[in-house]
Design a protein around this ligand. Structure first.
Ligand code: ADP
Length: 223
């Protein structure tokens, strides 16, 4: 039974979605002067959109996420704030997905206030319309039921986190074989990321002291 619905996104999917986004932007008759990628998820789509629309000015704003201790709710804030003058310029903010909308709203407000551009629009490949606080000006897929898009640029990070998550939830099971880990991963997330990612993620968990390798098995130390 899948516990966290996931879609395994390929590099070809990303290229096709960014081509579709660029077409939508071009067809709207609005061409930005500057593209701003929200780091880190917006990097690859923003770079492709620059290529497909012939834009040379690509900037980035880094949004970090933290859990507010008092409320336990996730908060977004800009790390490394800087000020530039974009007077008279049209800005396109690009992110991979609009989920809660928090990073996008924060970035938009920050740019409006500090960089003073003439206009700001937002483009994302996916828009989770059922939960998102903002509707991007341009998007490719409207997603009605929440799902985790496993983009190729977070494959190792996600694989590591995903394994850790079921080890924690099944913490009575102290010793795992490689095959048990891979099978549980596939069952929980409904995707298969391939041996390279499972092996590297397990190495990472051993390095972090979550697991210990004993012969050909993995012993859970601390999750
Ligand atoms: P926003 O909705 O404004 O992009 P969030 O704070 O909800 O901001 O998400 C921050 C980042 O986390 C996203 O830009 C994306 O890189 C990643 N992310 C969030 N939700 C998903 C999801 N459902 N699938 C894949 N990545 C996601």
């Amino acid at each position: 039974m899948v516990k966290v619905p996931c879609k395994l996104v390929t590099w070809d999917d990303v290229v096709n979605w960014c081509k579709a986004l660029a077409d939508k932007i071009r067809e709207s008759g609005w061409i930005p002067d500057v593209v701003v990628a929200i780091a880190r998820g917006g990097f690859v789509p923003a770079r492709l959109i620059c290529d497909y629309l012939g834009i040379v000015d690509l900037l980035s704003v880094k949004v970090e996420h933290w859990i507010e201790a008092a409320t336990m709710s996730p908060q977004a804030r800009i790390k490394y704030e800087y000020t530039i003058d974009l007077t008279g310029k049209k800005v396109l903010i690009v992110d991979d997905i609009a989920d809660t909308g928090d990073s996008i709203i924060l970035t938009k407000e920050f740019i409006e206030k500090n960089w003073k551009p003439a206009e700001i629009k937002v483009a994302t490949m996916q828009w989770i319309s059922s939960v998102c606080k903002i509707k991007p000006d341009y998007y490719v897929d409207e997603v009605k039921e929440w799902i985790w898009y496993q983009y190729p640029w977070t494959r190792l990070e996600d694989t590591t986190q995903f394994i850790k998550r079921f080890l924690k939830e099944m913490k009575d099971k102290k010793v795992w074989t490689y095959d048990e880990i891979v099978n549980t991963f596939k069952e929980w997330y409904g995707i298969d990321v391939g041996e390279w990612f499972y092996k590297r993620a397990l190495e990472e968990l051993v390095k972090k002291g979550v697991l210990r390798k004993v012969d050909d098995k993995y012993e859970v130390i601390s999750v």
